[in-house]
Write a protein that binds this ligand. Structure first.
Ligand SMILES: Nc1nc2c(c(=O)[nH]1)N[C@H]1C(S)=C(S)[C@@H](COP(=O)(O)O)O[C@H]1N2
Ligand SMILES: [Mo]
Length: 419
């Protein structure tokens, strides 16, 4: 299933509630599944079936996967996973000084000296240090989010302090398991400052061992992966086994070698999920989508229906002057999906109060669903576009022809309006 289909599944129930509230479907005596069914195409069955489910969080098995390797580490047989330290029973983590630099650690954690951290040690830290938060997994080069997760882990700083770094540390390099082959290595890095402190409202960089309140699977990078809450997925190295403290100030990220920017905060952007291929002139149609709430926050989602052939604003490649209309950003769901029993959240005190209400909405570095009703006055071929307005009032995407620090374009779909 492609990413947008999965999001569609997760998103249908919130949309249904929105439409019922609006009365658009209810008043016409039209069930929502029939409303969708009028669209034709193979989305129908999917939508009808998904209508009863609320899935804000993505189920583990529905995440899009980006683990590289030959073989991909998560496909190794269980015995091999155990052998190479990728089970909770056998996991180990080394924290070493970068041999290429003069970083000083009083107590490196190494396998050779028998001091590597094991999973029991991580769980010991978790007793007092564990944090849980929602953040969206998106790829720098992906059009749609890979999945919306509720992650649990121990702040990386608590683990770094175990090694007692004393001087000459500017950056943290970290590595996953890649079949013991240098060529296959996927690595990332962060400035030590980001690991040690979090800006207000931001979550710590964590060594994550649970997704949606279940142990992290091998596919998701288990037993332990990094989650960097505010950045694209390439920072969130899976199958973590080694952290290296260095005095280098340079990023050594695999993603940099692959022609991407490395400081890659999530961008605020909108995508369509459901749009009709055809609609009738003068009649209402529902459109829905998902928005990613990135670094600049989100205040609005907008759409713009434009009759093909009508003049477009001059010298306006980013459509800043289009006839944009506000869509409705949908409220927090009551059931969170993601495979949580009854869709109920475990305590998430960083983002939700004691009654389970989000402290703000939307939450930063997550997604929101949105919906709108369209009416086209006359027949013809139309172009429908969507964009976001960030929390600073700036339209996103900004003019940005180079996607190296995160994909973001104004999405356009075609709609045929019949008489
Ligand atoms: N070890 C390892 N970690 C990795 C990768 C990888 O190839 N190997 N890919 C990264 C990239 S580019 C992304 S977008 C995310 C995707 O996370 P997911 O597979 O859980 O969706 O994993 C990141 N972590
Ligand atoms: Mo990625």
């Amino acid at each position: 299933m492609d990413a947008i289909r999965r999001l569609a599944q997760e998103h249908t129930e919130v949309t249904r509630r929105y439409l019922l509230q609006l009365g658009a479907a209810g008043a016409a005596g039209l069930s929502v599944s029939r409303l969708w069914a009028q669209q034709g195409g193979d989305a129908d069955a999917l939508l009808a079936e998904a209508v009863s489910r609320l899935e804000y969080l993505t189920r583990e098995e529905n995440f899009r996967n980006a683990g590289r390797g030959k073989p991909k580490p998560h496909t190794l047989p269980a015995a091999k996973l155990r052998e190479v330290g990728l089970s909770r029973e056998t996991w180990w983590l080394e924290i070493l000084p970068d041999p290429q630099s003069n970083a000083q650690l009083e107590r490196p954690l190494s396998r050779a000296s028998g001091t590597a951290l094991d999973f029991a040690g991580l769980m010991k830290l978790a007793e007092t240090r564990a944090v849980r938060f929602m953040s969206v997994m998106s790829c720098t080069n992906g059009r749609e989010p890979f999945g919306m997760g509720l992650w649990e882990g121990v702040p990386m700083r608590d683990v770094v302090w175990l090694a007692r770094p004393t001087s000459n540390v500017r950056r943290v390099f970290y590595y996953g398991y890649h079949n013991e082959d240098k060529e296959q290595r996927f690595q990332s890095s962060l400035p030590i400052g980001r690991v040690l402190e979090d800006p207000p409202g931001e979550h710590p960089v964590i060594l994550c061992y649970k997704l949606n309140n279940e142990w992290l699977t091998p596919k998701r990078g288990g037993p332990v992966r990094v989650i960097v809450p505010e950045e694209y997925g390439n920072r969130s190295v899976k199958w973590l086994q080694r952290i290296m403290l260095t005095n280098s100030f340079k990023a050594n990220d695999t993603y940099a070698e692959w022609n991407n920017d490395t400081v890659s905060h999530l961008k605020t952007c909108a995508r369509f999920i459901h749009t009709p291929e055809k609609m009738k002139a003068g009649e209402l149609a529902a459109i829905t989508g998902v928005a990613q709430v990135g670094m600049s926050g989100l205040s609005k989602v907008q759409h713009w229906l434009h009759l093909q052939g009508e003049p477009l604003p001059d010298d306006d490649p980013y459509f800043a002057k289009g006839q944009w209309k506000d869509a409705e950003v949908l409220p927090a769901p009551e059931q969170w999906g993601g495979g949580l029993p009854d869709g109920k959240l475990p305590p998430v005190p960083r983002q939700f109060d004691a009654t389970g209400k989000p402290r703000q909405w939307p939450l930063r570095n997550t997604i929101v669903h949105w919906a709108a009703l369209l009416r086209a006055p006359r027949p013809g071929k139309y172009e429908l576009r969507c964009r976001t307005i960030d929390a600073n009032g700036i339209a996103q995407p900004m003019p940005r022809p180079f996607p190296k620090s995160g994909h973001n374009v104004i999405q356009t779909v075609q709609i045929v309006v019949q008489s």
